[in-house]
Design a protein around this ligand. Structure first.
Ligand SMILES: *Cc1c(COP(=O)(O)O)cnc(C)c1O
Length: 413
């Protein structure tokens, strides 16, 4: 069952102050979810979850997550600054980037973030531009050892990370250059709901940690399992059970890490989607009907606000405010106004009768939603609202204006 925290009359009151389209996030639900992750993962040692900022890059959200004890995972200068502004300091931030400009390594070091190198050649590059920090992490690409999945692709074709041998040699070189604390990271899944897949990733890193100790004497401080926990976008899918996931990881830890004498080894994650995805909605209104070879409902939001359906053919569940229990007698394509025929939020979807002015609720838009927006066709991205724990609604990002759109142009007459 997909939920939405407002009745239609409540939503009407919100929309009077903040016209559609807008994103809205539910603070209480985000906090409850964070707390259940923390509770489940209290059974693994030194658990740190760094929220992947790219999923929902808004300081108001980062501050909520920081107050629940989460850090940040940043991949660019702007994301480092966002995390810093939200009070996420020092090693609470990981800097997992690739093809990294020198200035971003300098900024990451200045902020004291844990730098996660993407390639062996970045060891010298980092030394040259920012110096070798005391703590450093390396990203592992397991190549043929992991199958990957459809969004992230197979590791053999992925641009990320060190190969196995490069990683072992890289850690030794980092130690020679003065690094004293070490970590290994991998990210081999995206939107993956299978529990076993994630437990297998932990096992892979634990085995590697043991091998690194044996071959180099380097004892890792932590392993970082990356992001990639899926969410049930479709109503018939099941969420990942945090207790089972933590228990599976703990079990792998007990069978691999403990007998090697490597306990305690910290376990870090950089989940994005599962942290905020289900607790954000894109709210639009139906503004047009069109009946040709198919029946279309035109919305006041478009792919510039949410590109996942157009980009990946991703499914987002859709409900109509006030018609949650109405019979789904109609078949529609729900479309935005871009001059691109893939600007469709739903294709041939069974829905109740939609009237002009109806609120169209697009679910599971709290991660990789507004963040992936763009300005093609001169479209202005919508704003973001937060439903606070006390029931009030505040704006945490205003909608873009035409002035924003023109702000970067240089008039040469
Ligand atoms: C995208 C990304 C994440 C977050 O992924 P989710 O699927 O949102 O959990 C974490 N780490 C890295 C390096 C990423 O690129």
């Amino acid at each position: 069952m997909k939920t939405f925290p407002f009745t239609k009359p409540q939503l009407e009151a919100v929309a009077e102050r903040y016209p559609t389209p807008f994103y809205i996030y539910d603070e209480s639900a985000i906090r409850l979810n964070a707390q259940s992750i923390k509770a489940a993962f209290s059974q693994v040692p030194a658990f740190v979850q760094h929220f992947a900022v790219k999923a929902l890059p808004n300081p108001a959200i980062l501050r909520i997550l920081a107050s629940e004890g989460f850090g940040a995972d940043c991949s660019s200068l702007a994301e480092l600054i966002l995390a810093e502004r939200a009070g996420i300091r020092g090693e609470q931030a990981m800097f997992t980037s690739n093809e990294t400009p020198a200035a971003e390594y300098v900024a990451a070091r200045k902020l004291g973030a844990i730098i996660n190198l993407d390639d062996e050649s970045h060891i010298d590059f980092l030394e040259e531009h920012a110096g070798i920090p005391e703590i450093v992490s390396c990203r592992y690409n397991p190549g043929p050892l992991k199958t990957g999945n459809s969004i992230i692709g197979t590791p053999l074709e992925a641009k990320y990370g060190f190969t196995h041998d490069q990683l072992i040699q890289g850690l030794v070189r980092l130690r020679d250059k003065g690094a004293r604390r070490f970590a290994v990271h991998t990210m081999v899944a995206s939107n993956e709901l299978r529990l076993d897949y994630h437990i297998e990733t932990a096992r892979l890193l634990f085995t590697l940690a043991a091998e690194i100790k044996e071959k180099t004497g380097i004892r890792l401080e932590f392993v970082n399992l990356g992001g990639g926990i899926g969410i049930p976008y479709r109503p018939d899918q099941q969420a990942v059970d945090y207790e089972q996931l933590a228990a599976g990881i703990r079990n792998a830890y007990d069978t691999i890490i403990v007998p090697e004498g490597l306990d305690p080894l910290g376990i870090h994650t950089e989940w994005g989607r599962v942290i905020t995805g289900p607790y954000g909605w894109l709210v639009a209104r139906a503004i047009h009907h069109k009946n040709i070879f198919r029946r279309y409902i035109g919305l006041d939001a478009c792919m510039a606000d949410l590109m996942r359906p157009g980009l990946y053919g991703a499914y987002h569940h859709i409900t109509i405010a006030g018609k949650e229990d109405a019979p789904q007698t109609e078949v529609y394509d729900l479309v935005g106004s871009l001059c691109e025929n893939n600007d469709k939020f739903a294709i041939q979807r069974n829905l109740p009768v939609i009237e002009r002015g109806d609120f169209v609720i697009i679910h599971d838009a709290g991660a990789h939603g507004r963040a992936m927006g763009f300005n093609y066709n001169g479209k202005l991205r919508c704003g973001e609202l937060l439903l606070r724990q006390d029931g009030s609604v505040v704006q945490i990002r205003r909608p873009e204006t035409v002035e924003d759109y023109f702000a970067t142009l240089v008039d040469i007459g």
